[in-house]
Design a protein around this ligand. Structure first.
Ligand code: SF4
Length: 518
């Protein structure tokens, strides 16, 4: 027999005899590490204490508690199922409100994502008691309760106010652009929109009568998408007309988005342009609670302030004592309106003197002939130029909070003047003109007030307070772009976000300290 061959059960080349013959003992061969095997073939039962899924200080508990203190009758009213009666039992609105608030606080704004997390994430599981909620139920609930949602926004303000967390002594108001659920390339001119609408109508017609359909699943979803596309295109054509009238723009240049017809191209804080909505937030200064929220299709902020102050009064039953805004809101119209309402107004009025040094310089006027070198004779109501000639009154223009008086020299006098090329180089057939601006007393008082150290110090606080909720909503709640389309739904989305923000303030300022003291 060949002595080197191994017997069954022995390693090749390491027969028992040869092992015995080596000088190394058997124990010196390294043993394989022993680890616990993974057994995925087993079936097992686990005990789960739902109440202990989240700790006592978890924000989901705070949200559930606060929502439970609110009057949700507006949400319960449409429910047809009654105790003792037949029919499907819907989910409790308290749960659906709590789920959406908690989801927004985690930067989740999708019904599908909430439904998914309800199957595995402890806080969502705790909120819904391990129940499984259909994402359609969640998505429909978010947009179906406009008035009721606004009502609970006001109720939460009431809770914060009753706990001394809201002061209307000073309210900072600001606007921020949030991108719409539409791309810049979705904007089309009227002719192209009509072509797309015609194509969409033909597609919808070929689907047949929707009442006869028994479509299900993907086919039904596709048909619904086609009808929604047709509706959006019809609305886009209406919006084109509105934009044209608002801007008095050229028919050829006016465009609307076929994805979100109510979105408008707006300038962003980074200098770029994108389809957006202009979100307006009023924030009280003591605890940075949002006391008013609105959405506008207008990129400019000037026209938003009066409505914002009215909404704060509607929400809390009184006007703010003081409103602080940036230059985008500081117009003479707003100065007059705030004065009329007895609201102390702090802002930054840009210099709008048409005869400012830069403008005169651009017109080629030498510094020796700037407006300040002309003297006004109030008795005769004339100006005298540096050459001693008179400029007579030539009409007035009335604007909000201002009257602009115009004075003009005689054309023949200026034409013969040796200083013409330095004083009015661009005038070929007219004499030199100057204007005298007379501000309304309220505007003058505002300008004087804004020169004081106190007003300047208050204005410096504006950015930190007013821009805080803007940044929070975009960065913490993740609302840099709307998920929903159209002005009504976008309003609801920002209202959910503002409600979430305020509840988070309540958790931080009231619920957590109370829990720590117990
Ligand atoms: S150009 Fe006319 S306004 Fe100017 S300095 Fe001469 S006269 Fe006076």
């Amino acid at each position: 027999m060949n002595k080197s061959s191994s017997t069954p059960g022995e390693l090749p080349g390491l027969a028992a005899d040869s092992l015995r013959a080596t000088s190394a003992p058997v124990s010196s061969i390294p043993a394989r590490p022993r680890v616990k095997p993974v057994d995925r073939s087993q079936l097992t039962w686990q005990m789960l204490d739902v109440e202990r899924l989240v700790e006592a200080e978890h924000p989901a508990r705070a949200i559930w508690e606060l929502v439970g203190r609110l009057d949700l009758k507006g949400f319960y009213a449409p429910i047809e199922a009654v105790e003792g009666g037949a029919g499907r039992t819907p989910w409790d609105p308290r749960l659906l409100v709590s789920l959406w608030i908690y989801a927004y606080s985690r930067g989740i704004s999708s019904g599908r994502e909430i439904a998914r997390r309800c199957t595995y994430e402890p806080a969502f599981q705790w909120l819904c008691g391990l129940g499984e909620i259909n994402h359609h139920t969640l998505s429909d609930f978010r947009v179906d309760h406009d008035a009721s949602l606004r009502e609970i926004f006001v109720q939460v303000l009431g809770v914060l106010s009753s706990e001394g967390l809201v002061s209307l002594e000073r309210v900072m108001h600001d606007g921020t652009k949030i991108k719409a659920c539409a791309g810049s390339d979705s904007f089309r001119r009227e002719e192209r929109l009509k072509e797309h609408l015609e194509a969409a109508r033909k597609q919808v017609e070929t689907m047949g009568d929707p009442r006869q359909e028994e479509a299900a699943g993907k086919r039904a979803a596709r048909q619904r998408a086609l009808r929604e596309r047709q509706q959006r295109l019809e609305q886009a054509l209406e919006e084109v007309e509105q934009v044209r009238q608002a801007k008095q723009a050229d028919k050829e240049q006016t465009r609307a988005s076929q994805s979100d017809p109510e979105a408008r191209i707006m300038k962003q804080s980074d200098g770029g342009y994108a389809p957006s909505y202009n979100v307006q937030l009023s924030t009280e200064a003591s605890n940075r609670v949002i006391v008013g929220v609105e959405v506008s299709q207008c990129g400019s902020d000037y026209g938003q302030l009066i409505g914002a102050v009215a909404q704060v009064e509607e929400n809390l039953g009184r006007k703010p004592a003081q409103v602080v805004v940036d230059g985008g809101f500081t117009s003479r119209e707003n100065i007059l309106a705030m004065a009329e309402q007895g609201v102390d107004f702090i802002g930054s009025l840009p210099a709008a003197n048409p005869s400012s040094a830069n403008q005169q310089r651009r017109r080629g006027v030498s510094e020796e002939f700037f407006l300040d070198k002309f003297s006004y004779d109030a008795q005769q109501d004339i100006y005298r130029c540096p050459a001693g000639e008179s400029l007579g009154a030539k009409g007035r223009e009335f604007g909000p909070g201002v009257v602009v008086h115009k004075y003009v020299a005689q054309a023949a006098v200026c034409a013969a003047c040796q200083f013409r090329s330095e004083c009015c180089p661009g005038n070929q057939h007219q004499g030199r003109s100057v204007v005298r601006t007379v501000l309304a007393p309220e505007v003058r008082q505002f300008a004087e007030k804004m020169q004081t150290a106190t007003a300047k110090a208050i204005y410096r606080q504006r950015g930190a307070v007013a821009e805080f909720p803007n940044a929070w909503i975009k960065d913490k709640l993740g609302l840099k772009q709307f998920r929903l389309r159209g002005l009504i739904k976008v309003r609801l989305e920002i209202l959910w976000a503002a409600l979430t923000y305020n509840i988070q303030q309540w958790i931080r300022l009231s619920w957590r300290p109370a829990l720590a003291n117990n």
